[in-house]
Design a protein around this ligand. Sequence first.
Ligand code: ZN
Length: 148
Amino acid sequence: MLLTRRRDRGSWWSETVHEWALAEAIVKYVGEIVRSRGGSRVKSLVVKLGALQSIDREVLEFALREASKIENIDIEELRFEVEQPLLRCRRCGYEWKLDMDSVPQDLAEAIHFVPEVVHSFFKCPRCGSRDFAVVRGRGLSVERVEVV
Ligand SMILES: [Zn+2]
C-alpha cells in the first residue's frame, strides 16, 4: 500500500526537511552497524513505517539513497514495510487493529497527512469511546540491516 500526499495542502519544504533529517539519522545508524560488524556494505535494509505517520515514502527513499552516497555506505536493497495501526481504548482497555487497506482513499490520505484525525473517524468497537491510544503504527524504525 502506498499513500500519496497532495502537495498543495501543506508546506512541501518543511515536510521534505523532515524526511531528510530522518534519512540522515537512519544512514548514520546503519553506518555504525556496518562498522561494528566489520562489513563493507549493506545487502538489505528494511525500514518499517507506521501507517499512521506523515512521512512521504518516495521522498524518504530518495533521501536515503542520497544520504547513503554522502556517508559512503552502499545499500543494495532498500525495502519498506507498513505497520498496521493497533489502537487501545482508554475507557475499556479493548485493543483493535485498524486495517488501513479497508479505509476509504480520501480518509486514508487525510490520516496520512494529519495522523491525529484518526480520533475523529474511529471509535472503540466495544464501548464506542473515541478516547483511544495508538499503541502501534506510528513513526518509523529500522527493522532489519543485513551487512556483508
Ligand atoms: Zn472501549
